[in-house]
Ligand binder design. Sequence first.
Ligand SMILES: C[S@@+](CC[C@H](N)C(=O)[O-])C[C@H]1O[C@@H](n2cnc3c(N)ncnc32)[C@H](O)[C@@H]1O
Length: 299
Amino acid sequence: MAANSNPSPTPTPPSSGRSWRQFKETISLLILAFRPRRGRADLVYNMLGTHNNLAEKSLFLNLGYWEHAKTYDEACTALAEELAKDARIKDGDVILDAGCGFGEASAFWSHKYKLPKIRALNITKSQLDVARERWKALNVEFVEGSAMEMPFGANEFDALLALESSFHFPDRLQFFREAMRVIKPGGTLAIADFFPLKQKVALSQRVKEWIGRGLWQIPNANWVGLDKVQGQLQELGFEAVSLRDISPHVFRPFKTFAQKRIQDPVIAERVHPMLLKAWGGPHSGLERSQYVILIVKKK
Ligand SMILES: C[S@@+](CC[C@H](N)C(=O)[O-])C[C@H]1O[C@@H](n2cnc3c(N)ncnc32)[C@H](O)[C@@H]1O
């Protein structure tokens, strides 16, 4: 889907305003990186705003699916498309987008399928304010709340899609319990997310990864392997439908793209220098991870 005609990522303010903004962002980044307890993703996304991203016209915030994509917007749209395809979304489905960011995926799904009103849930109010304005013509209801305690009734949804968001939720197992409650019997839980692989690495690498998980507020409880997560889902009564490891179409191509993208003067001006370094540097902190699209069904 082409991004709409609404404003895209925020342009850079005059340099005095930018210096002050970047000073405040530096403080936020340092606090996030070393905050002992993780799980405050709202702080991350308040700090990122609409300018700290690599997008062209969209406001997507994921790593993208790069099999055929050339631009960030295309790759992020493709990831939303792959997730819905694996979830077998069809016209008429009642769906929930959990951790909806600026609502780009919901907007894409609402164009692609004939759906009744999509619900899009987010803990970050500043993103919802932008999303409501950006997509006011669409059939999407943006709801403020946490995936840990969803403001929805039992058995409401044919499908719950979590596009690169469940790693943030303070306790992903509690999110699964909530998913079990709000999804209809026979309905689908679809997750696009990354999980650590069991590999030994040097202590210095571990420290870097720990800082990275602080920066992105990934709770330690969520940093568990896919096998454990699949076990949790099974114990709760979900039935496996499909699992696709799409890592080769995500991590490396995103890194290659990001390293080039940060050379663009518009991005170099717009994005905080520490984030430019993180996105453009040789390591992503996710080298020991796998990126999967996981689909399960409520029995
Ligand atoms: C990496 S972004 C992905 C956004 C969007 N799905 C996309 O692909 O552009 C993660 C999103 O999850 C949201 N989020 C984090 N923790 C949440 C929670 N506990 N409940 C609901 N949303 C949450 C964040 O505010 C952010 O919008």
